[in-house]
Design a protein around this ligand. Structure first.
Ligand code: PLP
Length: 422
């Protein structure tokens, strides 16, 4: 058989460049990680060839004896990792990713146009938690369901639970959603459970960002409080890109039929196999140490930035990510992101509490999971803080990012300043 290199050198070259970019750069995107060789092997395996619509033992295609074994093992490992009693909890490992997992929960638990309440996107929530603007229903979750978000306080950056309670009593959501994409602090699940109960809502926790930290017991487990827990599997959990839904027994049948046949067709078995491997990896002592290091490194990065006079939303972090306030330096998140990109430091612009424009956010989101996977320690993150600081100084001096040129000599990027020396 022809190899990728022989048959399609164009794609092979591009993948080679991406591989080099990942290797030489400093990856600080909070939602990214480096999956292991074993995980990547399964993703490229023959599992990608098989159709297996349906659930274990009840498939719409023949030839699924081994696929059934793989999915059964994946589900067992998922429930075991979070120490869940199978009398109380079930799991579905078929969602193609985090967004489809969330939509499947809404499909399972709600009727069209029922009300949902999640953290607003500019406050650090995810699109799929009902995001809309006054002009546009951006996420399909706000088209098919009625959404009123809760928010963080502009002054503290912390979720305002009192305000959440007020809004919930006014709006009477059927589903209250905890979790976010850019929230650097621990959640008060117990308070949210109380609020949900007080208005007759179910509580869903989207632990996508922190599922690895929950597995490592360095973040609080949402399971004692939630009715349903969703997750991606490629962030702190360090698996393939995929999704999982954990549901209390009374909801699992509805969740299963929402995933298939309501929303999806054949499961991506290569992802399910790879997820099984990642879930096994997450039980190893090395992974537990990894999750502790992710948090220690985030604290070191936060301290390094603060030492250099920088300001972080909420004043720091409890988890793997932080929001760097560059607005108070007179910068925009997009400018800082671009300047850092030129220096092979990968971040993303992000809104911070108090931003007035979602299009031009005043913050940069930084996370430690990926570089911690590459073995970086607190000392290394002290250096990363220095690089970020220098990046912000360059951004302050450069009137336009166009003044910065990129020299892609051998894929090594160097910041060349026309007017300033880095
Ligand atoms: N939920 C949260 C909290 C997320 O941060 C993300 C991704 O960033 C998702 C869901 C969606 O995951 P995916 O991009 O895999 O669809």
């Amino acid at each position: 058989e022809r190899s990728m290199e022989d048959f399609d050198p164009e794609i092979a070259r591009m993948i080679g460049s991406e591989e080099r970019r990942q290797r030489v750069g400093l990856e600080l995107i909070a939602s990214e990680n480096f999956a292991s060789k074993a995980v990547r092997q399964v993703l490229g395996s023959c599992l990608t060839n098989k159709y297996s619509e349906g659930n274990v033992g009840r498939r719409y295609y023949g030839g699924n004896a081994f696929i059934d074994q793989i999915e059964t093992l994946c589900m067992k490992r998922a429930l075991d990792l979070y120490e869940l009693d199978t009398e109380e909890w079930g799991v579905n490992v078929q969602p193609y990713s985090g967004s489809p997992a969330n939509f499947a929960v809404y499909t399972a638990l709600l009727n069209p146009h029922d009300r949902i309440m999640g953290l607003d996107l500019p406050s650090g929530g995810h699109l799929t938690h009902g995001f809309q603007t006054p002009k546009k229903k951006v996420s399909a979750t706000s088209v098919y369901f009625e959404s009123m978000p809760y928010v963080v306080s502009a002054d503290t950056g912390l979720v305002n639970y009192d305000d959440m309670e007020k809004r919930a009593k006014m709006f009477l959501p059927k589903l209250l959603i905890a979790g976010g994409s850019a929230y650097p602090r621990e959640w008060d699940y117990s308070r949210m459970r109380q609020i949900a109960d007080s208005v007759g809502a179910k509580l869903m926790v989207d632990m996508a960002h922190i599922s690895g930290l929950v597995a490592g017991k360095v973040a609080e487990s949402p399971f004692p409080y939630a009715d349903v827990v969703t997750s991606t599997t490629h962030k702190t959990l360090r698996g393939p890109r995929s999704g999982m839904i954990f549901a209390r027994r009374e909801y699992i049948d509805a969740v299963n039929s929402a995933v298939f046949p309501s929303l999806q067709g054949g499961p991506h078995n290569q992802q399910i196999g790879a997820l099984a491997v990642a879930l096994k990896e997450a039980t190893e002592p090395d992974f537990l140490k990894y999750t502790k290091d992710v948090i220690a490194n985030a604290k070191a990065l936060a301290a390094g930035l603060e030492k250099r006079g920088h300001v972080l939303a909420t004043g720091g972090t409890d988890n793997h990510l932080m929001l760097w306030n560059v607005r108070q330096l007179g910068l925009t998140g997009s400018k800082v992101e671009k300047v850092l990109d030129l220096a092979s430091i990968t971040t993303n612009k992000n809104s911070i509490p108090g931003d007035t424009s979602a299009l031009n956010p005043g913050g940069v989101r930084l996370g430690t999971p990926a570089l911690t996977s590459r073995g970086m320690s607190e000392n290394d993150f002290e250096k990363v803080a220095e690089f970020l600081h220098r990046g912000s100084e360059i951004a302050l001096k450069a009137e336009h990012v166009a003044e910065l040129e990129l020299d892609r000599d051998n894929g090594q990027s160097k910041v060349l300043l026309k007017h300033f020396v880095a």
